[in-house]
Ligand binder design. Sequence first.
Ligand code: HEM
Length: 172
Amino acid sequence: MGDPVLVDLLTWLHIFSVVGWFGAALVFMMVIEPALPKLSPQTNGELVLKVFPRFVRFVEIFASLALIFGISLALALSNGDLRLFGLGSMSGLYVTIGASFGLATYLLVFLLLGPSVMALGRLVVQMKQNPQQPPPPQFQSVQERLKFGAPTAVLLLSLAMAFMVAAAGTGL
Ligand code: HEM
């Protein structure tokens, strides 16, 4: 194992970033998303336009930090020799599986969830400009992508966390 102070610091930073990322995903799935259909169109529009872009940026920053500090922690634990995280050891296997779930969620955030939220914002602006017209067809599909994406992210992050905790339990 590398410098214990550096390992402790990176573990703290990694877990802090994970808390921000995972916490945001849970709050979105359990609090924000179910409340959206109950809000007035006015409030809905304000939320999508003024809060969601900030929310997406928050998730993207914390997700990136979680990955950066996770990789730095792996480097610090192994003194730069990532072969120690090879699939031959239990700990290496668990970290690799956990990191793969983390990476899959990261791609989901950047390729599906973030763009969907931004698209929703653009559609809401369009709908506000043409209030007499019915919602465009993309409106439904973007909402469905968000409905599928948020619980998938929570499931993948739960699996990532389970494997990470198991890895720490087995020791490098
Ligand atoms: C590229 C992605 C990631 C990498 C490279 C990574 C790497 C690591 C490493 C090397 C450890 C230390 C394991 C040990 O002590 O043997 C760790 C711990 C941990 N990771 Fe990750 N991680 C990643 C993503 C994630 C994600 C997505 C989550 C949660 C959703 C997560 C949650 C944790 C937790 C909670 C610990 C502390 C476990 C404990 O001390 O009990 N990690 N991570």
